[in-house]
Design a protein around this ligand. Structure first.
Ligand code: GUN
Length: 284
């Protein structure tokens, strides 16, 4: 059994990115620019946003965090987003989710143009992923999962992959990416019947639920690769979806929580920001 070390792989990618951004700066005289919009004071979002700013500084990306009041109205929020959407200096633009309940996230996100959509959440980029065009910007956590599998040389072609969870951020895009890697993919969700019967068929099991211990060892095939992309916070501690201690006894590879998928998400965001900046240099 091998533990997939997301921190180590993440550092590898960040070092590579740092040198690419040094070259980018030498050639263009500017640095990639990322704008992160956060509304309200959700504690988890605060942590993500400050980690994004730290990671950006570390790799040489200029980042701006735009903090908006919890009580902001839809029109005002859309005005702020639109300002960054149409300027000529912002490369990457994202709105930290979730937004407060009174705001319409779909309408807000729809203002982010495909070429600045570093989260890969836009309808256009979702379409590019679905059609495997190869030129889209793809969601960070799913991309991070695929990079982890590739880093550890885990064979994907022809393997049976089971994804538990169907969110737009994680379950759906990672299922498409695994399909693109020639896996045979099944997506399970809260209405799936006989979940265990299906997860037991998985060579590669990706859990993206966000519920502690929803995947127990008896649901995992011997020798499977288990990717735990769930996060639950409980009295200051972070838990994944998988009962790690028991699962670790029967898998070939497994990601821990924390230290597995998590560190890759922000690294992929930095890579996406660099990529859109390169695209902008070619166009602007
Ligand atoms: N909230 C949780 N994950 C994410 C993410 O990947 N992007 C954004 N914008 N918000 C999130």
């Amino acid at each position: 059994m091998q533990i997939i070390d997301g921190k180590k792989v993440s550092e590898f990618f960040r070092e590579d990115l740092k040198s690419k951004i040094t070259d980018f700066y030498a050639e263009s005289g500017r640095r990639p620019r990322l704008v992160v919009i956060i509304v309200g004071n959700d504690p988890a979002s605060e942590i993500y946003v400050s980690n994004k700013a730290k990671a950006a500084a570390e790799v040489g990306i200029v980042s701006e965090t735009v903090r908006l009041n919890e009580t902001i109205g839809q029109a005002e929020l859309e005005n702020v987003i639109w300002g960054y959407a149409k300027d000529d200096i912002t490369d990457g633009l994202l709105v930290q989710l979730p937004l407060p309940k009174h705001l319409n996230a779909e309408r807000a996100l729809a203002l982010i143009p495909d070429d600045k959509d570093v989260d890969g959440f836009s309808v256009g980029n979702t379409g590019r992923l679905c059609r495997f065009t190869g030129d889209g910007i793809y969601p960070c956590t799913p991309s991070g999962i695929i990079q982890l599998l590739k880093y550890y040389d885990i064979p994907l072609s022809g393997k049976r992959a089971v994804v538990v969870g169907r969110s737009n951020i994680l379950g759906k895009p990672v299922a498409l990416m695994l399909l693109n890697e020639d896996c045979t993919v099944t997506v399970c969700h809260s209405k799936t019947k006989n979940l265990k019967e299906i997860t037991l068929t998985a060579d590669i099991l990706v859990s993206a639920v966000g519920k502690k211990n929803v995947i127990t060892a008896d649901m995992i095939k011997d020798g499977a690769v288990v990717i735990d992309a769930g996060i639950t916070r409980e009295s200051g501690k972070i838990y994944g979806d998988v009962d790690f201690t028991e699962a670790a006894k029967k898998v070939s590879y497994i990601t821990p929580v924390p230290g597995g998928v998590g560190p890759m998400t922000i690294t992929m965001l930095m890579i996406n920001t660099y990529q859109v900046a390169v695209n902008h240099n070619e166009k602007r």
